[in-house]
Design a protein around this ligand. Structure first.
Ligand code: ATP
Ligand code: MG
Length: 282
């Protein structure tokens, strides 16, 4: 479990994160959503130790990361994989060298073992035989997958992804979302994803933290978000194409078309809900 307790962060007296608390669990995709500048990246950086919070605590499985000395923090960092915004691959290194980078930093494994592990994670992200390619030769989606392969190469307990879908088309975004979700379930890790992408919210949002101007405005899951009455959240999510469907669903709810839990579950289970209410429900 990752716990955030009353995190605060300011830059030059400008408050950027104010009193944010959250609990994130294993086997779940935990999403931090919010408009540009709402503090998603700063919060994630506070979580992984790239920024020091001014106040509050970040706990990894009950251990207070914020209070640790550098050696203790390094031990936790070994268990953290991170996919940075824009993938952040080293352009002068091959795919294989990029993925091997954390192994070189944190292990003393012989080269054969490192190569085996690189090939294992490359297979996991469906990029077999791209070892000798350079990032410049890859598509945006492939780069993200290399970034994910690098993030999971040390078998992390915690996976952080900052805007994994930025710059990708909707279908490729879905491939990345599914990969992140599969990896989360397969390894039972705690995944934290910063995103603007409302498709991701609905696809993988087991826990959603909505940030508004540095504060936690709303939290819940991808089922609850459809029915939230929070005006700021609704203004944010209904700005996207996908959530027009969700809005229809809300209207159904308001009209009393969703009579009970069972009906709602049926609607939510459909692959492409038409959201046309049954004629005999009134
Ligand atoms: N190193 C820094 N020094 C000063 N201010 C910063 C720094 N990093 C971020 N900020 C400020 O903190 C605020 C939140 O930025 P942050 O990058 O967390 O937003 P975000 O929600 O991730 O936005 P985006 O969706 O565009 O990535 C912004 O006002 C930004 O200018
Ligand atoms: Mg950001």
């Amino acid at each position: 479990m990752i716990e955030l307790r009353n995190i605060e962060k300011s830059f030059d007296d400008k408050s950027v994160i104010a009193d944010v608390s959250a609990v994130m669990k294993p086997g779940q995709c935990n999403l931090i959503i919010g408009a540009s500048g709402s503090g998603k990246t700063v919060l994630m950086k506070c979580m992984v130790g790239l920024f020091e919070p001014d106040k509050g605590h970040v706990l990894y499985d009950g251990q207070d990361f914020t209070a640790m000395n550098n050696d203790e923090k390094t031990e936790i960092r070994k268990e953290i994989g991170m996919l940075f915004q824009g993938s952040a691959l080293f352009d002068s290194l091959t795919v294989e060298q990029n993925i091997m980078f954390p192994l070189n930093m944190f292990t003393k494994w012989p080269i054969k073992k490192k190569l085996d592990r690189v090939n294992e994670v490359l297979a996991r992200v469906n990029l077999v035989d791209t070892n000798k390619k350079y990032p410049g030769e890859l598509s945006g989606g492939m780069k993200k997958r290399v970034g994910i392969a690098r993030a999971i190469v040390l078998n992390p307990k915690y996976l952080f992804c900052d805007e994994p879908n930025s710059g990708l088309d909707p279908q490729t975004s879905l491939v990345i979302d599914h990969l992140i979700k599969e990896i989360t379930l397969e390894y039972n890790i705690i995944t934290v994803v910063n995103t603007h992408d409302m498709n991701s919210v609905m696809e993988i949002g087991n826990y959603i933290l909505y940030m508004y101007k540095g504060k936690k405005e709303w939290e819940g899951n991808n089922r609850e978000i459809i029915f939230s009455k929070n005006q700021r959240l609704n203004d944010f999510i209904f700005a996207s194409e996908f959530l027009k469907d969700a809005k229809d669903m809300r209207m159904l709810e308001e009209k009393g078309k969703i009579a009970n839990e069972r009906d709602m579950d049926e609607l939510l289970d459909k692959d492409s809900p038409t959201l046309i209410p049954p004629a005999d429900t009134e």
